[in-house]
Design a protein around this ligand. Structure first.
Ligand code: URP
Ligand code: ZN
Ligand code: ZN
Ligand code: ZN
Length: 473
């Protein structure tokens, strides 16, 4: 077993920061020590094989991206990152655990969908991974299967109020699945947009010749998100299901979540980097078909209406609890271009798994969030929300040695030609400059990124069984 000492750094947790050295034995953190307390040459230190100098740098728990879609089938194609390419890109960016979505497609059995996802991921991941379950066909068999998922280490499932004819569930189906969620303690995750109403607007826009990528966002108006969020909250209230609304982008949806939390309901929300930084106006201004790279659902929102500013504010007030990427990459050529002349045929999704830690760190530099809140919303809360805390999301004895050494004096220029490791032919984040840099990444004690080099291998990452949420009121 290799023993590693990370010394000289500032250990940052969700609750504070201090100068400390971190001792790792094998895959596990064994001690967080006063600086310099391991003196090399003494009995204790004789066992230390590797010393990493973190002087002037932050030592943080590895990022947990609780919303990714490797190989997701969508619109006749599939997300372009495999578990191999996507998890390697995640590691480059300081994320050491992903929670991906196993998919039950319409007409398929839940357990068959899950088995397919295990096959895709097993032996291919660079970092640890867990699954949520997408329920794309709520029926008797599916409801029964949900009951047994916690035994498989899967303690959350996602339903869609959007995408009629694909993943969509109606209110009756949602109600029944939420009853299972309430009974078992599993988290209901919701894609909250009114799909049937959106589809009417899509048809009308196309009939008017409004076919450009920008109209994707026009059709998916904030009212569609607010209404669905409210409906999901009420169904959760009725059934007692804990509810986690994914990819929240509209400020009005945040207000719905905040009102429910104010009366003590177990309701939570996640936002994504694209809703903090990108806007519908920028999509409108993009030349030609370029705006397609930002087509995702929920869509980018208007900056003039104040959604981005409100999203940062919600992260400060904890009206929004955490940030995931909703990583769902598609190439422009051969994938996004399926929607040339018809925005509704553009596969939905943005690739960001590599950049979440950096993009959120820039929020620290810009004075949007504190350093501790950065760690909380990218690692500690995701761990607590989805039953990984203790093993993940914290730097403490007994935790997995998933550690990022982050250099606040470094710099990262994001761009396709520069820092890109995702399997895409473009970057949705071209030109973003980050005043910080992921220097070293340890995944269960193994150094997988160091000095701008990837030192890991596919198969390093293991499936992690999750417990129930540790975040409920
Ligand atoms: O645009 C998105 N979000 N694509 C992935 C599927 C989903 O709804 O999360
Ligand atoms: Zn040893
Ligand atoms: Zn979704
Ligand atoms: Zn998603």
């Amino acid at each position: 077993m290799t023993t590693t000492l990370i010394r000289g750094g500032t250990v940052v947790t969700a609750t504070g920061r201090s100068q400390a050295d971190v001792l790792v034995d094998g895959e596990t953190i064994v001690a967080v020590l006063a600086p310099g307390s391991v003196v090399l040459g003494t009995d204790l230190s004789r066992a230390v094989h590797t010393v990493i100098d973190a002087t002037g740098k932050y030592v943080i728990p590895g990022g947990i991206d609780a919303h990714t879609h490797m190989e997701l089938p969508f619109g006749g194609t599939a997300a372009s990152d495999t578990f191999e390419t996507g998890t390697r890109a995640a590691a480059w960016g300081g994320t050491t655990t992903i929670i991906d979505f196993a998919v039950q497609t319409y007409g398929q059995r839940v357990m068959d969908g899950l088995a397919t996802w295990h096959e895709k991921a097993s032996g291919n991941c660079a970092i640890d991974y867990a699954f949520h379950q997408i329920v794309g066909d709520v029926n008797e068999d599916s409801l029964q299967a949900l009951e047994s998922l916690p035994d498989e280490g899967i303690t959350s499932f996602k339903m869609f109020m959007a995408y009629p004819g694909v993943f969509y569930s109606d209110d009756a189906q949602i109600l029944r699945a939420m009853q299972v969620s309430a009974r078992t303690g599993m988290m209901t995750m919701m894609h909250a947009e009114n799909g049937p109403a959106i589809d009417v607007l899509v048809g009308q826009l196309l009939a008017q010749g409004k076919t450009d990528p920008y109209y994707h966002g026009v059709a998916r108006a904030w009212q569609m998100e607010e209404e669905a969020t409210h409906r999901a909250i009420m169904l959760a209230n009725l059934t007692g299901a804990p509810l986690y609304v994914v990819h929240v982008s509209a400020k009005q949806a945040v207000e719905q979540l905040a009102a429910a939390r104010d009366v003590g309901q177990n309701v939570f929300g996640e936002t994504c980097p694209q809703y903090l930084y990108l806007s519908l106006e920028e999509q409108l201004g993009a030349p030609g078909f370029e705006g397609a790279k930002w087509v995702c659902s929920t869509p980018l929102r208007s900056k003039a209406e104040g959604h981005q500013a409100h999203m940062w504010q919600s992260l400060r007030t904890n009206d929004i609890q955490m940030v995931s990427t909703d990583h769902c990459p598609f190439c422009m050529k051969g994938q996004k271009d399926l929607g040339l002349g018809n925005f509704s045929k553009i596969p939905n999704g943005i690739g960001s798994v590599e950049h979440r830690m950096d993009l959120l760190y820039q929020g620290v530099v810009d004075g949007q969030i504190s350093l501790e809140r950065w760690v909380e919303i990218t690692s500690t809360t995701p761990a607590r929300m989805f039953g990984l805390y203790g093993k993940k999301g914290v730097i403490a004895p007994g935790a997995d040695a998933d550690i990022v050494i982050y250099d606040p004096n470094g710099h990262t220029s994001i761009g396709y030609e520069k820092t890109h490791h995702m399997n895409m032919d473009h970057s949705a984040w071209e030109g973003f400059e980050i005043d910080g840099h992921v220097d070293t990444v340890l995944s269960r004690g193994k150094v997988v990124i160091d000095d701008n080099q990837y030192l890991g291998a596919k198969g390093d990452g293991q499936f992690v069984k999750r417990g129930l949420s540790q975040y409920l009121i």
